[in-house]
Design a protein around this ligand. Sequence first.
Ligand SMILES: Cc1cc2nc3c(=O)[nH]c(=O)nc-3n(C[C@H](O)[C@H](O)[C@H](O)COP(=O)(O)OP(=O)(O)OC[C@H]3O[C@@H](n4cnc5c(N)ncnc54)[C@H](O)[C@@H]3O)c2cc1C
Length: 765
Amino acid sequence: MRKIAVFLALALPLTGHAQQVLVEAESFAHPGGWQLDTQFIETMGSPYLLAHGLGTPVADATTEVTFPETGRYRLWVRTQNWVEKFSDVIDATAAPGRFQVKIGGTAVAHEFGTTGAAWQWEDGGTVAIDDLTTKISLVDRTGFDGRCDAILFSLDPDFVPDNSSEVLPAWRRKMLGIAEAPRNEGPFDIVFIGGGYSGACGAISAARMGLKVALIQNRSVLGGNGSSEVRVWAQGNTPPGLYPVGDIVREFEDDATLSPGSYEEFEDEKKHRIVTTEKNISLFLDHHAYEVDMASPTQIEAVHAFDTRTGAIRRFTGRTFCDATGHGTIGLMAGADHEMAEKGRMGMSNMWAWENADSPQAFPETPWALSLEEGDFPYPRKFHAQWFWESGFNKHPLLDLEEIRDWNLIAGFGAWNALKNKGAYERNDPDKLAHGNARLTWMAYIGGPRETLQLLGDIVLTEEDIVSKKPYDDGCVLTTWSVDLHYPNKQYLEKFSENPFISVAVHGKGVDRKRGYPVPYRCFYSRNIENLFMAGRNVSVTHEALGTVRVMKTCGMMGVVVGKAAALCAEHDVSPREVYYQHLDELIELLRLPGNVRRATLQDEFAVDPALPALAEEETDWITLSQLEGIVVDDDQAELVGAWTHGAGLKHHVENGYRYIGAAKGDEIASATFRFTVPEDGEYEVRISHQPHENRSSKTPVTVRSADGETTVPVNQRIAPPLAKGFFGLGVFRFEAGKPGSVVVTNAGIDGNAHIDAIQVIRQE
Ligand SMILES: Cc1cc2nc3c(=O)[nH]c(=O)nc-3n(C[C@H](O)[C@H](O)[C@H](O)COP(=O)(O)OP(=O)(O)OC[C@H]3O[C@@H](n4cnc5c(N)ncnc54)[C@H](O)[C@@H]3O)c2cc1C
């Protein structure tokens, strides 16, 4: 068995000792106003507490610590001066993240967070511990993102704690009393890692398939970028026309009408309720997956995750795993083939919001932030700092992640300082600052990443595939967003051209945004790790194709497909790849099921659960093939002779649009032939649809070729067809199985345009 953690750390000596007491900040009983930050565990080794007070010191974090004996201890705090890493462009001496440690009721004089560009143990000197149980507090002094990983008390004054960034190194485990052997969870049919749209919708889908599911999420809320913590509104459509894999996404999605919207709009509680209602899901919030066990070089046996507050470790065994982390870290640990663009990726955002208060509002000077003036950034006259506050384009999306987040913070605070403390004055009132009453109400400390790496599947989908509508028999998730790629915005490049923080979006043309392009299933499993699925922004696509598939409703649908494919893995004891090669028909059957059916176990029958919402198909202004009974042939599939013009402007056409042509000139007769074959001999009603318009022909000749010969019917296309969905009845005809029939429309002798959309052939009982 191979154990692999995300990043290789140095081998460490065991330093745990009864003379030392280690207190992890994240385990404080009362975090007060300090936030739990779990974003950078792989690079700095641990979750930590962050004093994110937007310039107002946050309430103390407190906990009780039990000491082995009273006496004088040397105090160490693992922290950093978080702006020092930017000291080539800012003045780091002001150290914005200062805080103190209070022992009992007395604050230790030393202010922490004042030195060190990297995480380090800062020496707090010697302190007296008079009681075996003593209250310890973290006292924020600034409200500007002071951070504390851990506190160590040592009776040995010469002891220097280890500063490795290994995740849960042996010495920490020992000091914290974390059991050597992890607690076993499972075996599960599928383990989803990451609780964004992709992981959460995937877990719901798998649970409704009757699978035993684990969902591991390292935050205490679900939704990922679409949670109240990051506040990105879910985009992409869930259009009808293929499979109803958007149902679960529509159930899960929130009401956000803005990005960033308010806390409430993101409906964390609703998302939590939907997931926890599923009896088949074991939900592990606040658990960070950091290691995998390999059964063989190509097979994952288990994923290890630890509780981000207590450090307790759980080991999740499963038949299949789904990397829905966005970052692709599970695949990375398992040795999955992947690609990471060297540079020029899309960056990470920490959006912020503000409001106009009734009275003037002060904001502290931020000499340590980026020195900005109005004009160095988009002026927030009305809007919040939206998606375009984005940086990290050329930074490493994992190793530099904390730096990217912190750069976003010093850009945001620098902008706010510019508006509040050196901003323009009202034109009609020279004593009044234009943003005098403005108050910063929210800034995300959890960054919203867009692009990390792509895990490679049997197909690596390209922009060209999508734009040219390359057909795949396993196409299943309709992508409807444009190819939306982000670049540094040249207008704001001047001051910090090495590390831009404002972006511009370039939307490529060519994606069928209305009907969508079906992304194939083969993008959702690893090509070399046999039991690894992936869903979300780390699937198998190129950088350009990521520009369209990355929006959250599309990511959610990927999860839904994975949940269904995992059911076939369990049922037939096959790999995700074998689902495609051996069971594609069965997968398609499962994909056809609406989101409100479920079975308790794989052995049960599917049934509609009346407790689940029965969602009507999304309203569209066109008709999908799946909405029509019988055999339907669209104009896209007709054999065309002549210069027919494509149109889509008139509503309620079938699928993509329709075609029309003027009267024949001389002998050049144009035609459109719709061919079909009936499954059994019998009588069939034949219908044709058109969009009525006054410029149409009143006598378009439509010929039906049946087993009994040809019949031509003139159709008045100026008036609305009388049958459902815009069809006109041509009559009942006899057809024989295996002998093709057809409907032919021509422009011979017409007195306006001839129009074609679709034909429908319905068996008569
Ligand atoms: C500012 C911004 C604006 C955007 N605009 C839009 C938009 O308007 N509409 C839209 O739909 N999309 C938008 N996107 C893109 C979209 O947000 C992402 O592509 C999408 O969230 C990806 O979904 P996901 O489920 O793959 O990952 P995520 O939403 O990133 O969710 C992954 C989750 O996994 C968790 N996780 C990661 N690693 C681990 C681990 N080791 N263990 C346990 N849990 C882990 C993370 O904490 C996270 O909660 C935007 C993105 C950004 C940043």
